[in-house]
Write a protein that binds this ligand. Structure first.
Ligand code: UFG
Length: 343
């Protein structure tokens, strides 16, 4: 029997790693994606790893009529994993309406279309940004959520609230929101990984592109934070571990093991690394010297973030397995493979 799962944003960085693991777990996958920050090449790459090319429909998820039609045709799906969203924090501050319009309409259309077709399980790609500047470390799911600094972050927080409201009134609808800390790394084959369009916003692709000679210099945003070396601390989590958590969350939903219809889980490694530690680890792992300079802080950045994932461990049986060296090594291998493909 087919066990079909709809993955929105499945051609993207995190999405493609989830799709690989879904296929390896004998699920049939339908990807919905507008390819705004990804490409159809992901489908061939997924096939290269798994031997199977997932079903794919190119669609703008904010098109309500198109979404209604697709879900009608695929009403045999068991669940939806929803990742499709715009995610550039800085850009969202410049053009907030674009972010609210896109991220909320994509979410609402997905929820509406799936419910109309009796698909009542939903995994939501959320973010640690919902905690704003945290009151306590490590951050647990009980820590206060706050209005995030950016419209991108706020669209995730509002998204969670919409889903929670829906779970309250519609007793057969259940959902899990997964709050990602900082996903980095790539599939061990080096065949899929993060490939941002244009100049990267995030640290890891900026590091690997600088090392590969595509960027001149890495700017370290802020050297005066109250941390041991003055740079900001984040909880980096391997994208393969993150993908595994989606399989675990999906199984919890499908097996109806939830304590309440709406649950949230932190996904991080539980360890904090500063920007300078990331640079040093990269240099040690890759044997490449990085050109970098410490500059002004980036607006909206928080000093320190790291997760407690005890709840995910207890309820999902999930824990991040891969260490920082593996994360950085796989990111670098992916970057090098990309460059050798292009030569
Ligand atoms: N950084 C630099 N130079 C760069 C890029 C980043 O020094 O060129 C620093 C940042 O200032 C920060 C750290 O590296 O201290 C990590 O920055 P990222 O941009 O990689 O990640 P963020 O922690 O800012 O944001 C990430 C996700 C968001 C999410 C947020 C939640 O990108 O989607 O985590 O905490 F909202």
């Amino acid at each position: 029997m087919d066990r079909k799962i709809i993955v929105t944003g499945g051609c993207g960085y995190v999405g493609s790693h989830i799709v690989v693991q879904l296929i390896e777990n004998q699920f049939e996958v339908l990807i919905l994606d507008n390819l705004s920050n990804s490409s159809e090449a992901s489908l061939d790459r997924i096939k290269q790893i798994t031997g199977k090319r997932p079903l794919f429909i190119k669609v703008d998820l904010s098109d309500r009529a198109a979404m209604a039609k697709i879900f009608e045709q695929h009403n045999d799906a068991l669940a939806v994993i929803h990742l499709a969203a715009l995610k550039a924090v800085g850009e969202s501050i410049e053009i907030p309406l674009k972010y609210y319009y896109n991220n909320l309409n994509c979410l609402l259309n997905t929820l509406n279309s799936q419910i109309e077709n009796g698909i009542n399980k939903f995994v939501f790609s959320s973010s640690a940004t919902v905690y704003g500047s945290p009151d306590e470390l490590p951050i647990t799911e009980k820590s206060n959520t706050k209005r995030p600094f950016s419209p991108y972050g706020n669209s995730k927080r509002i998204g969670e609230e919409i889903i929670e409201d829906l779970c309250k009134i519609k007793c057969d609808f259940s959902s899990i929101s997964l709050r990602y800390f900082n996903p980095i790394g790539a599939h061990e084959s080096g065949i899929i990984g993060e490939l941002p369009k244009g100049v990267p916003n995030n640290l890891m692709p900026y590091i690997t592109q600088t090392a590969a000679g595509i960027r001149d210099k890495l700017m370290v945003f802020g050297g005066d934070y109250p941390t041991h070396d003055g740079t900001a601390i984040r909880d980096y989590v391997h994208v393969m571990d993150l993908a595994q958590a989606h399989i675990d969350a999906l199984n919890r939903l499908l097996n109806e093991e939830q304590d309440t219809p709406y649950e949230t889980f932190n996904l991080g490694s539980t360890k904090g690394y500063s920007v300078l530690e990331m640079i040093q680890t990269f240099e040690a792992v890759s044997k490449v010297k990085l050109n970098y300079e410490i500059t002004e802080r980036r607006a909206g950045d928080i000093t320190e973030l790291y997760a407690s994932t005890k709840l995910a461990e207890e309820k999902l049986g999930w824990k991040a397995e891969r260490n920082i060296d593996e994360m950085i090594r796989s990111s670098w291998e992916w970057e090098q493979n990309l460059r050798s493909e292009k030569e």
